[in-house]
Design a protein around this ligand. Sequence first.
Ligand code: FMN
Length: 202
Amino acid sequence: MPKRIALCITGASGAVYAYRFLQETSRSNDVETHLVISNAGAIVIKQELGINASEVQRLASFSYDEKNFMAPIASGSFRLDGAMVAPCSMKTLSGIAHDYEDNLIIRCASIALKEKWRLVLMPRETPLSTIQIKNMLEVSKAGATVLPPMPQFYFKPKDVGEMVDMMVGKMLSIFDIDSRLTHEWGADKLALKEFEPSGATY
Ligand SMILES: Cc1cc2nc3c(=O)[nH]c(=O)nc-3n(C[C@H](O)[C@H](O)[C@H](O)COP(=O)(O)O)c2cc1C
């Protein structure tokens, strides 16, 4: 049985993270993706990626309109391995934090929280207001993983594409999906036996 993941794209900057996530998972028979793109998300996809939302939808196993409350992912009886909102706008973050389920994205995130499934939110805004920080605290207390797209410069990415892919590797690893994009600090040195076999010598 493939891993079932709901991926919701909202109108925050960073559509590329979701697009790359879908490109990676669409190659695998082990992952089934259920995609919702908000209306604002479609606008940002066009602005940032220069493509129509339909091109992103093509990469998903299943795709639903943001107002389609008849979709399987609108019910907790349709079991998921997890849900992710990436990127997550401050509006949708607020909706999830306050359980204001006026679209399928917030409904799906709310279900993930009540069912205690993995829920990953990738909020994007800067700077952050106190209200936005409080909303992140609320969703974190409720069980969500807050995953802001912050690059790991210590891995020395060569360009923006590599920075994006490192983040996508992180998104995949949170859902236990094996990927060549996942970086583990020190793994290369372990392979070269640069550390002592017993006792941590750094
Ligand atoms: C080009 C563009 C970039 C945007 N970037 C952000 C952003 O980074 N964060 C954010 O919270 N809203 C951003 N917005 C505003 C949201 O799209 C807007 O608040 C929208 O109502 C979000 O709706 P949704 O959560 O249903 O997608 C952006 C809008 C546009 C057009």
